[in-house]
Ligand binder design. Structure first.
Ligand SMILES: [Fe+2]
Ligand SMILES: [Fe+2]
Length: 509
């Protein structure tokens, strides 16, 4: 850790830095942002950092951002320090400082550059908090605490949060819910970036035009060129993997952001015309951004893998929310065209993995994804021939799908339309069913779980792989055990380019 720093007592009673967490910039080998909150505005928020093996090094100032929650009137102050020009694959220590407050320390490691090293990341969605706050109306479970320790035990380089972070829009104390969330994850997120994507429960009606102002204020994420929607979608590169975070509320048909609690409790909800149904809110900006990102990724010789993480799902066997036809219309054709390898999501509070899929079942009005025609070995998949989807929604929300809320056997559920509604009445989903031929693994035994991913960029023989493991735990148990494991493997970039050329020449013949 850093040495030589003077620790001062909290002499003037300044609020301590709290809720400390990290994020990567667009280049995970060189850019990290540290974020925190304080109970009041503070003087000279700043961060000192340096390699753990060296001297304390540099000091940079942090930016202050705040918002006032529409329901409670509480103002939240957050601080963000952006570090650039770091060394790849290097461990750093840092200290967060305010005038008059005891510093808070942490560490992180930058990503290896391109194909220079292996790394691990983890992922889950639908986290919630470990204990009730306020009147307890927001979801909570002991496993929401246990899963953080389980992630820490695997020592990933970073963690992906697939939406529905803490369900603040379901709580009578949304600010305290966020505080509880960060208090829970900071023991991990202070030492490794937790990279989020917003889910329908980050939509807090009254907080900003589309309800994401709390989420946007609290995180410092790579830019997407649209400041009004900062953090809602973005991309970053770690090793040979381009990670793309999407906000599916923009394309989903389901009315997922509705909260009767906020409708009835946010002052001015009716008078100010708040509407939590935000489908289509970006006016196509996100889709255009996504296509540009995918184009660039596939033209980048340093990118072997494209991993998308998002909240709502494209396929589901759970009779809970259902897959969303909006995702199938807007995203899946792009995933096919640009060969996205892996899609991680949440929203359905269980684990399900798809076969590699490409295109749609002929004649399907529901645009049912078709299993890739290239046969794959059961435990090893070449994602050049199809995209693998994983629903990892058992982070900690206590609504337990496995074993009790599954629909008919071998059925997938799709949100095919929405009924009429209003800002005051949630629009009900119109559900349809389909054969779930795309489903490869459905965990009916674990109430909770998360997944780990081991990236091996340069294997002997010219291949690259990602080994995915799903870790499940019983309700109330801190013991997470492997439930599913597959290997995604394909030729490295040079091999892929050769194969692409062969495919072109075959088509030309
Ligand atoms: Fe959820
Ligand atoms: Fe959700």
């Amino acid at each position: 850790m850093l040495t030589g720093l003077v620790r001062r007592p909290d002499a003037v009673g300044a609020p301590a830095p709290e809720q400390v967490h990290l994020q990567f910039g667009a280049d995970a080998s060189r850019q990290v942002a540290a974020s925190w909150a304080a109970a009041a505005t503070v003087a000279r928020p700043r961060l000192r950092y340096g390699p753990v093996t060296g001297q304390p090094g540099s000091q940079i100032e942090a930016d202050e951002r705040s918002y006032t929650d529409a329901m409670t009137g509480q103002t939240v102050w957050t601080y963000h320090a952006r570090l650039g020009s770091l060394e790849p694959d290097t461990a750093y220590g840092y200290e967060i400082l305010h005038d008059g407050a005891v510093p808070v320390t942490g560490t992180f490691r930058t990503a290896p550059e391109c194909r220079s090293g292996t790394f691990r990341f983890t992922s889950f969605g639908d986290h919630a908090i470990p204990a009730p706050v306020g009147n307890g109306s927001g979801p909570h479970s002991p496993n929401a605490g246990f899963v953080v320790a389980a992630v820490e035990r695997l020592d990933p380089l970073f963690h992906l949060v697939n939406g529905d972070l803490c369900y603040a829009n379901s709580s009578d104390q949304p600010v305290d819910t966020w505080t509880s969330y960060f208090a829970n994850i900071s023991r991990s997120a202070r030492y490794r970036p937790w990279m989020p994507t917003p889910g329908n429960h980050e939509n807090e009606a009254g907080n900003g035009p589309v309800g994401y102002l709390s989420y946007q204020t609290r995180f410092e994420l790579p830019g997407n060129g649209t400041p009004a929607f900062a953090g809602n979608w973005y991309a970053f590169t770690a090793g040979p993997v381009r990670f793309i975070a999407l906000n599916n509320d923009d394309v989903c048909l389901q009315d997922g952001g509705f909260s009767g609690l906020r409708r009835d409790s946010v002052p001015g909800y009716r008078a100010d015309g708040f509407d939590p149904y935000i489908s289509g809110y970006s006016g196509g900006q996100q889709r255009r951004w996504l296509e540009r990102e995918l184009t660039m990724a596939r033209q980048d010789d340093d990118v072997d893998w494209i991993v998308v993480f998002m909240h709502q799902v494209a396929m589901s066997s759970a009779h809970f929310n259902g897959a969303d036809l909006g995702i199938r219309r807007q995203w899946l054709p792009l995933f096919d065209r640009y060969g996205v390898d892996l899609v991680l999501s949440g929203h359905e509070h269980h684990f399900e993995r798809s076969h590699p899929v490409r295109g749609v079942v002929p004649g399907s009005d529901l645009l049912t994804p078709a299993v890739a025609t290239r046969p794959a070995m059961p435990a090893e998949i070449d994602t050049r021939y199809g995209t693998v989807h994983m629903t990892i929604g058992g982070g900690g929300h206590p609504y337990r799908v496995p074993g009790r809320q599954l629909h008919g056997p071998d059925e997938g559920i799709v949100v095919a339309d929405v009924q009429a509604g209003s800002p005051l009445v949630q629009r009900r989903s119109v559900l349809a069913t389909e054969p779930n031929l795309w489903s490869a693994c459905l965990d009916k035994t674990s109430a909770f779980g998360f997944a780990s991913f081991d990236v091996a960029p340069a294997e002997p023989g010219g291949t690259t792989s990602i080994t995915a493991t799903y870790w499940g735990a019983a309700d109330g148990s801190p013991a997470y055990r492997p439930r599913d494991r597959i290997v995604l493997r394909k030729p490295d970039r040079a091999g892929q380019r050769y194969d692409d050329q062969m495919a072109v020449s075959r088509r030309a013949r």
